[in-house]
Design a binder for this molecule. Structure first.
Ligand code: SAH
Ligand code: SF4
Length: 373
């Protein structure tokens, strides 16, 4: 399913090899003249260079015959999106502004912690949804990202961290959160392709339990996401009454709270080993009363879950304020008393507008066919 108004990703001058499955690479090698019986082995070698070694140049792929390397270099691309700007927060969070081949820009964020680090990936340039508290939601949807551009964010981050080849042991970049710009379940095919590449044990090797995808509530895609990808699921709930959620998270008008929670129960049935994370942004005087907390607990009863309370992160012109620390603590206590872990998320990188819901780029929608080189 794609957003109805999303333009497709552009065809680069040379097609990218990044973000394709191993089977597709083998097929492509056959089309490039590699004898079929050897194509699988060559695809494995190519995969190793791309995703284990992090090669940025075909010339480095010394296990491939020189002729094949030259042929691939002439016809295909393995470039990452260009890092246009890097900002480093006082808390160590790093935000990269990345430019795609057609000039469109997205952001991704690396959030280091003492013993782990998460990369927050974007899936769209802008967003077609207009959640009232989200900076990205003030951008139009410019276009979907292709799997090459989603995987490209990961490769660019590993380049910047110098984390090649893929470490066997501890890693700085250990977790992926699909919580950047855009709604991943409205660009499901490309997001799923990218995550399958990221999960492949012979390459980037991110275990599925180290990946979490956040959705604002594209209910019909949720169970499929659990079944097909098996990654962790975060649901941007944010309100416990339809009348309020219709305003805060407008996709609620299409799939309301009851439908969304039915989808969560179906996900919990196929992924019984994983709890669902419900995200709840704390908006002063809007959704943060004791009654809201009690209703939240009632709604999610029976779903193995935790509730992540996100202090509202302000952005220029935002129409909301964050709840007070005392209010957040009181809300968390009600949820915790009902048996659900209710951690309060520490905003990371707020000084560089890198925290949840603060990402935005200057990309604007372009007329089809008017895409800059
Ligand atoms: N589009 C997806 C994923 C990206 S947003 C989604 O909506 O789930 C990641 C999380 O940040 C979501 O829970 C989102 O609701 C939340 N968020 C958006 N704006 C925010 C803000 N200003 N402050 C705190 N959290 C915000
Ligand atoms: Fe889009 Fe998520 Fe922001 Fe809503 S919260 S506008 S779905 S990025």
């Amino acid at each position: 399913m794609t957003a109805p108004d999303a333009a497709p990703p552009p065809a680069a001058a040379r097609p990218s090899l990044i973000g394709r499955s191993r089977g597709e690479l083998a097929q492509l090698l056959v089309e490039e003249g590699e004898p079929a019986p050897r194509a699988g082995m060559r695809a494995r070698q190519l995969w190793h260079w791309l995703y284990h070694q992090g090669a940025t140049d075909f010339a480095a792929m010394t296990t491939l015959p020189l002729r094949l390397r030259e042929r691939l270099a002439a016809r295909y691309d393995i470039a990452r999106p260009t890092v246009v700007r890097e900002q480093v927060s006082t808390d160590g969070t790093r935000k990269w502004l990345l430019r795609c081949a057609d000039g469109q820009e997205v952001e991704s964020v690396f959030i280091p912690e003492a013993d782990r680090g998460a990369l927050c990936l974007s899936t769209q340039v802008g967003c077609s949804l207009t959640c009232a508290f989200c900076h990205t939601g003030t951008m139009p949807l410019v276009r979907n990202l292709g799997s090459a551009e989603i995987v490209g964010q990961l490769l660019a981050a590993r380049d910047a961290l110098g984390e090649w080849p893929t470490p066997a042991g501890a890693r700085r970049l250990s977790h992926l959160v699909v919580m950047g710009m855009g709604e991943p379940l409205l660009n499901y095919e490309q997001t799923a392709r990218a995550l399958r590449v990221a999960m492949d044990p012979a390459g980037l090797a991110f275990a599925r339990r180290k990946i979490t995808l956040s959705t604002s509530g594209v209910a019909p895609r949720i169970a499929a996401c659990g079944r097909e990808l098996g990654v962790g699921l975060a649901i941007s709930l944010h309100a416990v009454r339809d009348e309020l959620r219709d305003r805060l998270v407008p996709i609620n008008r299409k799939w309301n709270i009851a439908l969304l929670l039915d989808a969560c129960r179906a996900y919990a049935d196929v992924r019984s080993e994983r709890h669902i994370t419900f995200e709840y942004v704390m908006l002063d005087g809007i959704n943060d009363s004791d009654a809201d907390a009690r209703e939240l607990v009632r709604l999610i009863r029976g779903i193995p879950a935790k509730v992540n309370l996100i202090p509202f992160n302000p952005w220029p012109g935002a129409p909301y304020a964050c709840s007070s620390p005392e209010r957040i603590a009181a809300f968390a206590a009600i949820v915790a008393r009902a048996g659900y872990p209710a951690p309060v998320r520490t905003p990371r990188g707020p000084d560089i507008l890198a925290a949840c819901g603060q990402l935005k780029t200057a990309s604007a929608r372009q007329r089809r066919g008017a895409i800059a080189a």
